[in-house]
Design a protein around this ligand. Structure first.
Ligand SMILES: Nc1ncnc2c1ncn2[C@@H]1O[C@H](COP(=O)(O)OP(=O)(O)OP(=O)(O)O)[C@@H](O)[C@H]1O
Ligand SMILES: [Mg+2]
Length: 259
């Protein structure tokens, strides 16, 4: 039997906590291991699409992910995907700025559209979805389409508050949709060393929040990570410079690839 496609959301409604950077590097780590990966850009601002060099797709004429989400039965994901050097990408489109309103206005299960769209996307081993920085219908679509999440956070108090908000929203979705959502791990990202007291307290708090049941990885702040993304790829790309954070991304990839 063919293995199931595993779908994982990379989400936190807090802005700028490395969702997109982690999406690229976890996808890169998986791809470097021979895993077939589709990255999906669910942020209407399309940073993932831009960072990977597909700005033309972002402004291209329909159909795009917007249209697929509006009428899943009329579109095939395979027709909307573009090939990046390391993995595949389902790009965001500028039309997605009015997606949230349009989904709600149409009334038909607006939070389950992405799940429906991706149900036929079975050609990949792993589908990784970069969520937008908001709690709302688009993020709910990511959660319900995946039911497995990686949550990037920063080592500060506001990220603790943000995580509590997110967990509350997950509880609500679990109740309303009679489902279970797993947090696979937290990725404490862009961490500058040496840690000050606030950073250490935040990391301790993240570890205690799930009583050790959820992995907490740390990705340090590295110019080489920024440069790899600027060069439209991950730290695992063929032309990327060496950086000491590949191990942690490989660990995350191992967790993601292993059911
Ligand atoms: N480990 C890292 N080392 C250096 N810079 C990083 C690292 N992680 C993220 N950054 C930088 O932090 C900024 C925010 O990262 P990113 O865009 O990935 O966050 P995001 O959560 O996707 O943001 P948004 O909420 O806008 O979608 C970017 O400038 C990125 O280059
Ligand atoms: Mg982003």
């Amino acid at each position: 039997m063919e293995a199931m496609t595993r779908r994982i959301g990379i989400t936190n409604q807090k802005g700028g906590v490395s969702k997109t950077t982690n999406t690229i590097n976890v996808a890169g780590a998986l791809a470097a291991d021979g895993v077939d990966v589709l990255a999906v850009d669910m942020d209407p601002q399309g940073y993932l699409t831009h960072r990977l060099g597909f700005e033309d797709e972002y402004t291209s004429d329909p159909p795009s992910l917007y249209d697929a989400l509006q009428s899943p039965a009329d579109h095939d994901v395979d027709d909307l995907v573009v090939a990046h050097e390391e993995f595949d990408l389902l790009p965001a489109n500028i039309d997605m700025f009015h997606l949230e309103q349009d989904l709600i206005a149409s009334g038909m299960r607006p939070r389950l559209r992405l799940k429906t769209v991706l149900e036929n996307a079975t050609a990949w081993d792993v589908v990784l979805i970069d969520a937008p920085p908001s709690l709302g219908p688009l993020n709910d679509n990511v959660v319900l389409a995946t039911e497995e999440l990686l949550v990037p956070v920063e080592a500060d108090e506001s990220s603790q508050l943000a995580l509590n908000h997110l967990l509350r929203q997950l509880d609500t979705l679990e109740d309303n949709y009679d489902t279970h959502v797993d947090v696979l791990g937290l990725i404490v990202s862009n961490v500058a060393y040496p840690l000050d007291n606030e950073q250490q307290a935040a990391i301790d708090w993240f570890n205690e929040r799930f009583e050790g049941r959820v992995a907490v990885w740390t990705v340090r702040s590295r110019a080489a990570i920024k440069r790899a993304v600027k060069d439209q790829g991950s730290v695992f790309a063929e032309d990327a410079e060496e950086v000491d954070m590949t191990d942690v991304y490989a660990q995350i990839a191992a967790e993601v690839a292993d059911e």
